[in-house]
Design a protein around this ligand. Structure first.
Ligand code: IFM
Length: 453
């Protein structure tokens, strides 16, 4: 980036900026069968042989359900003023809808109160992929009753926590739920149907649209804000061919615009209408609900995509070009912060959001715990460099007018990386799974120093 010479500093960002990290319920909580929690599609999926690496499950994960107090004490030590977590729907409504499990609400109430007592603002995501299995058994996101159930769930949670939560995020990365879960089948519920993916897309967006007014009306905090988090990529053609150009347009449409267009413009992108319209279960009034004003858009960003066409080019089918000499993370994602800047500029220009929160950004690298005579340590300069580069990219976009007001590093702790199990570590805090010890990585110390200004 242009300003690389001057080290980036917290004071370069607005004073009221939200700084913290993000996590998700199934990835860290464990306690999968405690206090009345029902099962989710991820319990089913991870317990199905062959679905996750080494058969890993979230049964115990980081045991955060029992260790949340010490985890929050560590967040305070690291200097966060905000923390993004997700609420497990099956803890609140074990059957998806109907009877509310007050013990589930009690847990999140304790979590939120402990955050506030430590000077950390709670940002709660309602859906980070752990759909109650009972709803999946009736068709899950393919069916319209799931957004209706989500509305009830949003009501139950916000009635209890509407006086304390600062940021409400309806959904995390609906593109991943819809396409990785229903078309590619690498995630729960593990389906392989394009039609199912498109039905899920619309029902996820509808769930957001139905929940927003409920969250707003149950809110009792003057400064609360409401939005949704999307996974994004900056798509570029992998070579000079027309086919690569078309592949990039498709990647952009299926990752970014299929969600952003309905949310900001009240319509699905015309560039892919020939592929999706026949499957979209839109009913009268849906798009108006989906397009109700957002206080912020949450952007999750990890990598750009250099798209190349495949022979029988069709929706969601493309190849990516790897760049010689470029650095790749443990997920095989290119480290290229300029793409982040480009994406933020694109979002700001094309959609003019009131506010942007970076709700996830971070990297997995092969960390090694070093335990000599002294303190245990994890030296992860690649992660620190990744973060610095992406902070700089965000700052550049901010200075050029993108209304970025928060940054949540993914992730606080190493955790269950979905189909990859525990093999990929994204935390700025290392988790020694056999003992559940937390060891702050060098990147976590770098973030702490950055936050101290
Ligand atoms: O771990 C995930 C998270 O749950 C959603 N966004 C991307 C992360 C890294 O893959």
């Amino acid at each position: 980036m242009d300003e690389q010479r001057k080290p980036i500093s917290r004071s370069d960002f607005p004073a009221d900026f939200a700084w913290g990290t993000a996590t998700a319920s199934y990835q860290i909580e464990g306690a999968f069968n405690e206090d009345g929690r029902g099962l989710s599609i991820w319990d089913t999926f991870s317990h199905t042989p062959g679905k996750t690496r080494d058969g890993d499950t979230g049964d115990v994960a980081d045991d955060h359900y029992h260790r949340y107090k010490e985890d929050i004490a560590l967040m305070r030590e690291l200097g966060f003023n905000s923390y993004r977590f997700s609420i497990a729907w099956p803890r609140i409504l074990p059957e998806g809808r109907g009877k509310v499990n007050s013990k589930g609400l009690d847990f999140y109430e304790r979590l939120v109160d402990t955050l506030l007592a430590n000077g950390i603002e709670p940002y709660a995501t309602l859906y980070h992929w752990d759909l109650p299995q009972a709803l999946q058994d009736k068709g899950g996101w393919k069916e319209r009753f799931t957004p209706q159930a989500f509305e009830e769930y949003a009501d139950a949670v916000s009635r209890r926590l509407g006086d304390r939560v600062k940021g409400w995020i309806t959904l995390n990365e609906p593109a991943v739920s819809a396409f990785v879960g229903h078309v590619e089948g690498r995630h729960a519920p593990g389906e392989h149907s394009f039609q199912a993916g498109i039905r899920a897309t619309h029902h996820l967006l509808l769930a957001h649209g139905l929940a927003m007014p409920v969250l707003r009306s149950n809110n009792r905090r003057k400064d609360a804000e409401f939005g949704i988090t999307l996974s994004t990529t900056f798509a570029e053609p992998g070579d000079d061919s027309q086919q690569a150009y078309e592949a990039a347009v498709m990647v952009d449409n299926f990752n970014n615009r299929i969600f952003m267009d309905p949310l900001f413009k009240g319509r699905y992108p015309s560039a892919i209408s020939n592929l999706i319209d026949q499957y979209l279960p839109v009913q009268g009034g849906d798009l108006e609900k989906i397009a109700a004003p957002l206080d912020f858009i949450g952007i999750n960003y990890y990598f750009r995509t250099l798209a190349l066409a495949v022979e029988d080019q069709q929706a969601l089918k493309y190849k990516t070009r790897k760049v010689k000499g470029a650095q790749y993370t443990e997920m095989d994602w290119e480290v290229e912060p300029e793409g982040f800047y480009n994406l933020l500029k694109m979002v700001n220009t094309d959609y003019k959001p009131a506010k942007i929160l970076i709700t996830e950004n971070g990297a997995a690298f092969p960390d090694r715990l070093e335990e000599g005579q002294g303190q245990p340590a994890v030296h992860d300069p690649d992660r620190t460099n990744y973060l610095k580069g992406h902070f700089e990219a965000a700052l550049k976009a901010l200075k050029e007018g993108a209304p970025i007001r928060g940054y949540f590093v993914w992730s606080f702790l190493d955790n269950f990386e979905w189909a990859q199990g525990y093999s990929k570590r994204f935390g700025i805090v290392y988790v020694d799974y056999p003992t559940q010890r937390r060891i702050v990585k060098d990147s976590g110390r770098w973030y702490q120093t950055f936050l101290r200004g």
